[in-house]
Design a protein around this ligand. Structure first.
Ligand code: HDD
Length: 742
C-alpha cells in the first residue's frame, strides 16, 4: 500500500488545514551519517549464538521515518491530540502516551558500586608464553580476542566527578573462542576486606551518610574512617587510596589487578596459582590533589573525556597482561604470604610479573547506555584453563555479580544484550524469562532427551579440550565454622611495606591525604582511632598526620615489621614517552615572532604523539589561520601536562570581573587568567616553557628559568623539545621536595 502524506489527498469536512511545521528542520529523508570507522560495536550474534548478524528487525533506527514502537509512521510528534486547538488532551493519543511512558522508564538502577564509568572496545593478543601454566585459548600466540573494558570509580553516583580520591575499577570482558572471560579488577592490588560477607559493611560506610546523603563520591567522612579504623584489615587498601594511586592522571595511566589469586591449569592438567596484572604502556601517573579537586569542578568528565579523545585521535591506550606465578602447594602461600588473603600482595621483586599478552583499546562505544551501562561483568565468567580459588572474597563475588544484574538489567536474559553476548555459539537450554530475545526451536529443553535427538550434546572427547572442566582441586578439610586462618590477622605489615617503598615526595602526599581526610571527620574519637592504626603502620607517618590534626601521636600496639622496600610500588623513577599528553601553547595575536614558530611547535608536539592545544584570548583562528582550541576564559591549567608561552597575553579586558589586586605585589600587566594558568602549572610541578615574547611574560609572572622544569629560549623548537623530554618524568618532582604543595 502506498503511503499517503497527510497533507495531500482530501480533507475531512471541518478538519483544520495542514500547517507549516513549527520547527525549521529538514523534511526530506536523507541518508544517515555513516558510522565512524573507529566506533564499531562488538560483532553481533543471535542469542542462540548462530554466527549470522542479527536480523534487521533487531536493529534500532531503521528506515527514514519516525515511527511508533510498532512501526506506524508518524506525521507529528510536537503536538498532542487535543479536543480543539485550545482544548484538553485526549486519552486516545496513543503516541503521546507511548512517548511519555517510554521516557518515564528510561532509567535503570545504577550500579550499587562502580556506578560512574567509561568503556571502550579493543583487542587482546596473546603472546603464547603462558602455555606452560595456562591452556586458555585466548592466551595462545597471536590469537586476537575482542574485548570490552569498563573503567570506573567505586563510591560515586553515575553523575559524580571522575577525579575524586577513590579506587578505580578496571573490568575486562574477553569475548574468547571458548566463551566470555571477565577479569573484574581494580587499580589497587588489594582489597578492604578479606571476606565478601563484609562487602555491604564497607560500602555502607563509604557511601554518603544516610541522613543528608553527603558527601558524594569520597571517603573523607566519619562513617568511612569509623569502619576502616575499627576494621583494620582495610588499612592496606586505604594506604593505597591515600597515596597518589587514588587520583590517577588518566585511565590510560593506571595499573590493573585481578586482586585474587586464580588457579590455572595447562594442557597436561598441571595447576598453578597466579595473580593477574595490567601494566600500562604509558606508565603509572597521577594527578596532584589540588588538580583533582579543581577538575571536579572544571571538568567532572575528565577521565571519560581523556579516554574517548585519545581513542578517537588514534592514540590507542595499551596494557600488557602480566602473570605472577606461584606453585600450587597445599598451603597456598608464597614466601610466607597467604595467597588466599586479598589484603596481601606479593612484591614483584619476589615474583616477577611476566607479560603474556597485549590489550589495545581501539574504539569508543557507539551508545553509552547500550554498551557501557548495560555491560554486565561476572567474576564467575571463566574459560577453560582459569579457575577460582578459595579466597573468601572471591567466593562471595561469585554470587553477587549475577544477582546484581538480575535487578539492574531486569531479568535473567542479560547475556542476550548485544554487549554481553558471547562471540561463540550459545546453547544453554535456558528458556523464557523477562526480555527473552531468542525464538528457541525444539521441543525438549532438557537433558537427557530423545525428542530433539539428544541435542545439545556434552563436549565429547574430540571437543573436550575446549570444555570447561572444574579443576579437581583438593578442598581444605575442617569443620563448618565462621572464621579465618591466623595469617589473616596481620593487618599492618603490608601497609608498612607500601609506606617504606614510597619516595619522600610520595610519602608527603600520603601524609597530606590522611590529614585532609581525617580533618573532614567530626568525631575526634575516629581521628584518634585511625591515628592508632597509622602508628601500627609507621610511627613517623602517624606523627606527621597527628601534627596536622593537632593531636598527640599514639605509640604502636603491635611489633613493627621490617619489610624490604619494593621499588615496583613507587610511581617515580622511570622515564616514559610523552605520548597522549597535552601541551597548552599560550599565544597572543600581537606576537608575530611567537606565531612564526607556532607551526613548528605544533608539529613537534604531534610528532611526539602528544596533543597541542592552542590557547588564545578568543575562539576561532589566529591571524595566520591556526585554529584556537582553548580560550583564556574557558580553560584552566589542569587540562595540560605542560604549558608553553609563545606570546605575552595583553591585560584582561575591562569587562572581566577581576578581584582588586592592589594588595598583591608585584602588579602584573598580563591577563590574570593566564597568570593563574602558568602559576598553577608551576605549583603542580608541570613543565613550563617560554619562547619569544613569552620569556618576558614568564619573568613578569615571577618564574625564573633556573627553576626545575622551567625552560626558556629564543628558539621555540628547542624549548618544545626540552618540554617534551621533561614530560617523560611526568613532573618536575624536585619542586615538591623543595616545599611545594601536593
Ligand atoms: Fe565488585 C561491580 C571490582 C569485590 C559486588 N566490582 C564491580 C566492578 C568492578 C569491581 C571493577 C564494576 C564492573 C563494571 O564496570 O560493570 N569488586 C571488584 C574488585 C573486588 C570486588 C576488584 C575485590 C577484589 N564486589 C566485590 C565484593 C562484592 C562485589 C566482595 C560482593 C560480595 N561488584 C559487586 C556488585 C557489582 C560490582 C554489587 C556492582 C555492579 C555490578 O557488580 O555489576 O555485584
Amino acid at each position: 500500500m502506498a503511503w499517503v502524506e497527510a497533507s495531500g489527498g482530501g480533507r475531512i469536512p471541518g478538519a483544520p488545514a495542514s500547517r507549516t511545521p513549527p520547527v525549521d528542520e529538514p523534511v526530506k529523508p536523507s541518508d544517515p551519517f555513516p558510522p565512524k570507522l573507529d566506533q564499531r560495536g562488538p560483532e553481533r550474534r543471535t542469542a542462540t549464538g548462530a554466527e549470522t548478524l542479527v536480523t534487521p528487525a533487531d536493529v534500532a533506527q531503521q528506515g527514514r521515518h519516525l515511527t511508533t514502537s510498532t512501526g506506524a509512521r508518524l506525521q507529528d510528534s510536537d503536538h498532542s491530540l487535543k479536543a480543539g486547538e485550545r482544548g484538553p488532551t485526549l486519552l486516545q493519543d496513543h503516541h503521546l502516551r507511548e512517548k511519555i511512558t517510554h521516557f518515564d522508564h528510561e532509567r535503570i538502577p545504577e550500579r550499587v558500586v562502580h556506578a560512574r564509568g567509561a568503556g571502550a572496545h579493543g583487542v587482546f593478543v596473546g603472546y603464547g608464553n603462558a602455555k606452560p601454566v595456562c591452556k586458555a585459548a585466548f592466551l595462545a600466540r597471536h590469537v586476537e580476542t575482542p574485548v570490552f573494558v569498563r573503567f570506573s570509580t567505586v563510591l560515586g553516583s553515575r553523575g559524580s566527578a571522575d577525579t575524586v580520591r577513590d579506587t578505580r575499577g578496571f573490568a575486562t570482558k574477553f569475548y574468547t573462542s571458548e566463551g566470555n572471560f571477565d577479569l573484574v579488577g581494580n587499580n589497587i592490588p588489594v582489597f578492604f576486606i578479606q571476606d565478601g560477607i563484609k562487602f555491604p559493611d564497607v560500602i555502607h560506610a563509604g557511601k554518603p551518610h544516610p541522613d543528608r546523603e553527603i558527601p558524594q563520591a569520597q571517603s573523607a567522612h566519619d562513617t568511612f574512617w569509623d569502619f576502616v579504623s575499627l576494621h583494620t584489615e582495610a588499612q592496606h587498601h586505604t594506604m593505597w587510596n591515600m597515596s597518589d594511586r587514588g587520583i590517577p592522571r588518566s585511565y590510560r595511566m593506571m595499573e590493573g589487578f585481578g586482586v585474587h589469586t586464580f588457579r590455572t591449569v595447562n594442557a597436561q592438567g598441571e595447576t598453578a596459582l597466579v595473580k593477574l596484572h595490567w601494566k600500562p604502556r604509558l606508565g603509572v601517573h597521577s594527578l596532584t590533589w589540588e588538580e583533582a579537586q579543581l577538575l571536579g569542578g572544571v571538568d567532572p568528565d575528565f577521565h571519560r573525556r581523556d579516554l574517548a579523545d585519545a581513542i578517537e585521535s588514534g592514540a590507542f591506550p595499551q596494557w600488557e597482561l602480566g602473570m605472577q606465578v606461584f606453585p600450587d602447594t597445599p598451603e597456598q602461600t608464597f614466601e610466607g604470604i597467604d595467597l588466599l588473603d586479598p589484603t596481601k600482595l606479593v612484591p614483584e621483586e619476589l615474583a616477577p610479573v611476566q607479560a603474556v599478552g597485549l590489550l589495545t583499546l581501539t574504539a569508543n562505544p557507539t551508545n553509552y547506555f547500550a554498551e557501557t551501562e548495560q555491560v554486565a561483568f561476572h567474576v564467575g565468567n571463566m574459560v577453560p584453563g582459569i579457575d577460582v580459588t578459595d579466597d573468601p572474597l572471591m567466593q562471595a563475588r561469585l554470587f553477587s555479580y549475577v544477582d546484581t544484574q538480575l535487578l539492574r538489567l531486569g531479568g535473567p536474559n542479560h547475556n542476550q544484550i548485544p554487549i554481553n553476548r558471547p562471540h561463540v555459539p550459545v546453547n544453554d537450554m535456558f528458556r523464557d524469562g523477562f526480555h527473552q530475545h531468542a525464538v528457541h526451536a525444539g521441543a525438549a529443553p532438557y537433558k537427557p532427551n530423545s525428542l530433539d535427538g539428544g541435542c545439545p550434546f556434552f563436549a565429547g572427547s574430540a571437543t573436550r579440550d575446549h570444555a570447561f572442566v572444574d579443576i579437581p582441586a583438593p578442598v581444605a578439610a575442617g569443620v563448618k565454622e565462621r572464621g579465618a586462618p591466623p595469617s589473616f590477622d596481620d593487618h599492618f605489615s603490608q601497609a608498612r611495606l607500601f609506606w617504606v617503598s614510597m619516595t619522600p615526595v610520595e610519602q608527603e602526599h600520603i601524609v597530606l591525604a590522611y590529614t585532609f581526610e581525617l580533618s573532614r571527620c567530626y568525631e575526634t574519637a575516629i581521628r584518634e582511632r585511625q591515628l592508632q592504626a597509622l602508628a601500627n603502620v609507621d610511627p613517623e607517618l602517624c606523627a606527621r598526620v597527628a601534627a596536622g590534626l593537632g593531636l598527640t601521636a599514639p605509640e604502636p600496639t603491635v611489633p613493627l615489621a621490617e619489610p624490604a622496600p619494593s621499588a615496583a610500588l613507587s610511581q617515580l623513577g622511570g622515564t616514559w614517552s610523552a605520548e597522549g599528553r597535552t601541551v597548552g601553547i599560550v599565544v597572543a595575536e600581537e606576537a608575530d615572532e611567537g606565531l612564526a614558530g607556532l607551526s613548528g611547535v605544533i608539529d613537534a608536539v604531534f610528532a611526539a604523539g602528544a596533543v597541542p592545544l592552542v590557547v588564545a584570548a578568543h575562539c576561532g583562528e589566529l591571524s595566520d589561520g591556526t585554529p584556537i582550541q582553548r580560550t583564556f576564559g574557558a580553560t584552566r591549567s589542569v587540562e595540560f601536562d605542560a604549558v608553553l608561552m609563545l606570546g605575552s597575553p595583553p591585560p584582561a579586558p575591562d569587562a572581566l570581573p577581576v578581584r582588586d589586586t592592589k594588595a598583591a605585589a608585584p602588579a602584573v600587566s598580563l591577563d590574570p587568567r593566564v597568570v593563574l594558568l602558568v602559576q598553577e602549572c608551576f605549583r603542580h610541578a608541570k613543565a613550563v616553557g617560554a619562547s619569544g615574547d613569552g620569556v618576558s611574560a614568564l619573568a613578569e609572572i615571577g618564574l625564573a628559568d633556573d627553576e626545575a622544569g622551567v625552560v626558556t629560549g629564543t628558539d621555540p623548537a628547542g624549548v618544545v623539545a626540552e618540554l617534551l623530554e621533561l614530560l617523560g618524568a611526568h613532573r618536575a618532582w624536585e619542586r615538591f621536595t623543595a616545599g611545594g604543595i601536593a
